[in-house]
Design a binder for this molecule. Structure first.
Ligand SMILES: *[C@@H]1O[C@H](CO)[C@@H](O)[C@H](O)[C@H]1NC(C)=O
Ligand SMILES: *[C@@H]1O[C@H](CO)[C@@H](O)[C@H](O)[C@H]1NC(C)=O
Length: 341
């Protein structure tokens, strides 16, 4: 089973269709080889996905790539945590049905991944109906010009929003609002962090003129930023009107667009629980002596751990010989691996 496809199909069906099971099966069967094949069953689809399939089927492939990259980034960011962004289908579905900070992070990174992939495809000339962003031509000064190919993040933002938020346009309950807030947090983690890049021109590198363009952060940088937002995520409670949300206490400052928000405390993810989607930490590798959540004490939830010794062959005593050679000896090194009980 391809976990990345599972991830995308779950995201797609939670995002886009009211009939969860139909489209879930649709995507699961049709995505693996050719993503545009997903669009063949257009008649059974609803809303924005149907529109995109009809008019811009090539976009679906890019969005799928974005969701897959987002999932890889989620696994990287959570590799040392009890919940490691696993894509086991049932578990991920459960996690996404709740309102915890983990849910918020997955929503934010997915919508960031989709925005990133669509924008990048646009810059690379892979999409017909968008080009580099040239609007900044006017803002030229004496020493530099906007003449490079700026990432067209407005296009990526708009398409990602259409795709991810489309289904919820007519809904307004606090759960939906939390989700839409986190989708937006993901998209703005890109749009608010564009950087100017320049190239020098002029005789012998004098840099008398420069060509500049705006570049998106890498998905790794986005992942790092969103992980910090996850660590400082803001708890909210439903407001009296039943639709909007408020900070969970009078002294807590209202979250900004960039913040990840949540309504429900996370389970501890220590042991298996089918209803929360927790797989437990039995069998996970932990780091002895680390006081953080990757350390055996916290990772194994006090159950203890088993230590396995492995021997590994590696290069050692390397010497540099003039010129230009490096010679090494081969050593056997002992390596300790700790695994939660
Ligand atoms: C699973 O988690 C739910 C919600 O936290 C809790 O109410 C329930 O008791 C847990 N079930 C088990 C078997 O631990
Ligand atoms: C994530 O955790 C699950 C169970 O806790 C484990 O089976 C899986 O191997 C872990 N994945 C990675 C990439 O560490």
């Amino acid at each position: 089973m391809n976990f990345s496809n599972v991830f995308f199909s779950i995201i797609v069906c939670l995002c886009l269709t009211s009939s969860l099971t139909t489209s879930y099966q649709t995507f699961d069967r049709s995505l693996p080889q050719d993503p545009t094949r997903a669009c063949r069953r257009r008649r059974t689809m609803k809303g924005e996905l149907r529109n995109i399939c009809k008019h811009e089927p090539h976009l679906i492939a890019k969005m799928r790539d974005g969701a897959i990259q987002a999932h890889a980034e989620c696994q990287h960011q959570f590799r040392f945590r009890r919940w490691n962004c696993t894509a086991t289908r049932k578990s991920l579905r459960r996690v996404l049905q709740r309102d915890t900070r983990e849910t918020g992070f997955v929503h934010a990174i997915t919508s960031a991944g989709v925005t990133h992939a669509v924008t990048k495809a646009c810059t690379n000339g892979e999409l017909l109906d968008c080009t580099c962003d040239n609007l900044q031509d006017q803002m030229t000064n004496a020493h530099w010009h906007w003449h490079g190919c700026s990432d067209n993040v407005r296009y990526g933002y708009t398409k990602a929003k259409q795709f991810m938020d489309g289904r919820y346009r007519r809904r307004s309950d606090s759960k939906t609002n939390v989700k839409l807030h986190n989708y937006e947090a993901g998209r703005v983690s890109i749009t608010h962090n564009m950087k100017k890049e320049c190239k020098c021109h002029g005789l012998s590198g004098s840099c008398s003129t420069k060509t500049c363009w705006m570049r998106m952060p890498t998905l790794r940088e986005v992942g790092n930023m969103l992980k910090r937002r996850f660590d400082g995520a803001a708890k909210v409670i439903p407001a009296n009107d039943g639709t909007s949300v408020l900070p969970s206490g009078p002294t807590i400052k209202p979250p900004t667009t960039e913040d990840i928000i949540y309504m429900e405390e996370s389970p501890d993810f220590c042991s298996f629980n089918g209803s929360t989607g927790s797989l437990g930490t039995e069998g996970r590798v932990c780091h002895r002596g680390s006081p953080d959540v990757d350390g055996c004490d916290l990772m194994c939830c006090g159950r203890g751990y088993a230590t396995i010794i492995q021997w590994k062959r590696e290069n050692c005593h390397c010497e540099f010989r003039w010129c230009c050679d490096v010679t090494c000896k081969s050593c056997i090194k002992e390596e300790e691996i700790n695994i939660c009980r």
